[in-house]
Design a protein around this ligand. Structure first.
Ligand code: ST9
Ligand code: ZN
Ligand code: ZN
Length: 333
């Protein structure tokens, strides 16, 4: 399933080149882990999550039906809320806090934490912990959304059942000192529920209702509920579709793929074969701003002096890796 020892060695040496000052290496695949022999533990459904997730998606469908009745400015506001909450996940929880692929000063970290609460995908600490364990033990029992358990499980099913014990066991061994030392991360974790009510539901609803007289029903079901459902599904598609459909130009031995549809919906996060091969690259792709709004955002933040130290893999390393372990598709693309 995975690249051989030579590939891993090379990946680790890239990591040393680039990541010496990242303060963490727990997002690199661990080849030494073996799934336990014997029958798998039975699925334990979490009915509260099943009911709430179903109601949320019904609310999202109702939001879709309301679109023609909404004012255009409400739809534009919904799109802005989509961008903000998506950046809280892509530029925040993912590229900054899970992978430490660039550095952000206090003002940007505060902005990203607020935007992250708007996305309501678990607090940053929990998200980054689950995500590191996903990279380190990808497609095994210790991967929270193990894509070998099927599309539905990796998309949303994993949030509806108790975790496999190996996820928790391996997750407890991760080094999360950098997250614990980040006051913004720990503050958001402490006040997470309150911040979600305020940012995911109240703020998106109140603005259209107060500022341009949109109905309370449209204000709630479009920029709050439908927008939340869209951000969730765009993110989940990275775990499901981008682990199943697409080319593998960088490493044919791993499941994650380059999926342009996912990339488009997830602001640049669908270059997933590249990302699992080089998880420390701040751009999650070799193509700069192409289909990658998150990279453009981080570059703008650097230009403004709010971020720095972007980690980037060299063109030579990428080409050597494509030739050594890729599926050959880069030649046609
Ligand atoms: C959501 C997350 O949607 C989405 C993530 C998407 C990720 C995408 C990644 C792709 C790349 C990036 C692309 C971004 C694209 C964005 C595009 C935007 C347009 N290690 O959790 P519990 C411990 S969330 C170590 O209850 P259960 C834990 O600390 C949506 N320890 O497990 C606790 O210990 P203690 C909203 C761990 O009981 C104990 O275990 N949320 C780990 O199995 C129990 O923890 C939801 O829908 C770990 N990894 O329950 C559901 N994990 O007791 C929220 C756990 O000592 N979650 N522990 O404190 C839940 O309800 C539950 O977690 C559960 C599992 C039911 C899923
Ligand atoms: Zn992945
Ligand atoms: Zn990642």
């Amino acid at each position: 399933m995975r690249n051989g020892g030579a590939g891993m060695e090379k990946a680790l040496s890239n990591q040393e080149d680039l990541g010496g000052d990242r303060g963490m290496t727990d997002d690199i695949f661990d080849e030494s882990y073996c799934e336990k022999e014997g029958p798998k533990p039975a699925k334990r459904y979490v009915w509260r999550n099943i009911v709430l997730m179903s109601l949320l998606h019904l609310g999202g469908l109702y939001g879709l039906w309301l679109i023609p009745a909404a004012k255009p400015v409400t739809l534009a506001w919904g799109f802005l809320c989509f961008l903000l909450s998506a950046l809280g996940v892509t530029a925040g929880a993912h590229r900054l806090w899970s992978h430490r692929s660039y550095k952000a000063g206090l003002p940007l970290r505060i902005f990203l934490a607020i935007a992250n609460s708007m996305a309501f995908q678990n607090d940053i600490y929990e998200w980054a912990r689950d995500h590191r364990v996903h990279h380190k033990f990808s497609e095994t029992d210790a991967d929270p959304h193990n894509a070998t358990r099927g599309f539905f499980f990796s998309h949303v099913g994993w949030l509806l059942v108790r975790k496999h014990p190996d996820v928790i066991e391996k997750g407890r061994k991760l080094d999360l000192a950098d997250l614990k030392a980040d006051k913004v991360v720990m503050f958001q974790r402490r006040f997470y529920k309150l911040s979600v009510v305020a940012m995911c539901f109240l703020f998106p609803t109140i603005v259209p209702w107060c500022f341009w007289g949109e109905s309370l029903r449209n204000s709630f079901f479009l920029p709050a509920i439908l927008r939340y459902v869209v951000v969730l599904n765009a993110s989940w598609l990275v775990n499901s579709a981008a682990h199943m459909f697409g080319n593998r130009p960088y490493d044919r031995n791993i499941n994650p793929r380059e999926n342009r549809w996912v990339t488009f919906g997830a602001l640049g996060e669908g270059f997933h074969n590249y990302h699992h091969t080089f998880p420390y690259d701040y751009s999650t792709s070799e193509f700069g701003w192409h289909y990658n709004f998150t990279t453009a955002f981080i570059d703008l933040m650097c230009l403004l002096g709010l971020a720095s130290d972007r980690k980037k893999v060299s063109k030579e390393t990428i080409l050597a890796r494509k030739i050594r372990t890729g599926d050959g598709s880069h030649k046609s693309g």
